[in-house]
Every structure is written in C-alpha cells, then in structure tokens.
Design a protein around this ligand. Structure first.
Ligand SMILES: [Zn+2]
Length: 52
C-alpha cells in the first residue's frame, strides 16, 4: 500500500501554499506558479515526507 506522492508547493512570489502530486509538480516546474505565473524551482516544492 503506497500512498500517492504529494508535495507542498509554496510560491516565493504570491506565498500561496498548495498540495501537488508528481504530475502537478512537473507542470509547475515547466510553466510556473498556477496563480501568479512566477518561475518555480525544485526548492519551492518540498516533499511532504522529507523534513528540511
Ligand atoms: Zn505564485
């Protein structure tokens, strides 16, 4: 039983925080923030299971 892999994305520009899955994560990295359009880097999308 493997739970879906989710990540917490927090936009450095508009400060919105949303839960994303792997597909959404890839989309964000490619197209930028869905809310404000700011460029997104992998650092902005932390893994939910990984503590920093
Ligand atoms: Zn944003």
């Amino acid at each position: 039983m493997t739970p879906p892999s989710t990540h917490t994305f927090m936009c450095p520009e508009c400060r919105r925080s949303i839960e994303v899955d792997d597909a959404m994560r890839a989309t964000l990295l490619e197209t930028g923030c869905v809310i404000c359009g700011a460029p997104v880097t992998e650092e902005d999308i932390g893994g939910a299971a990984t503590a920093h």
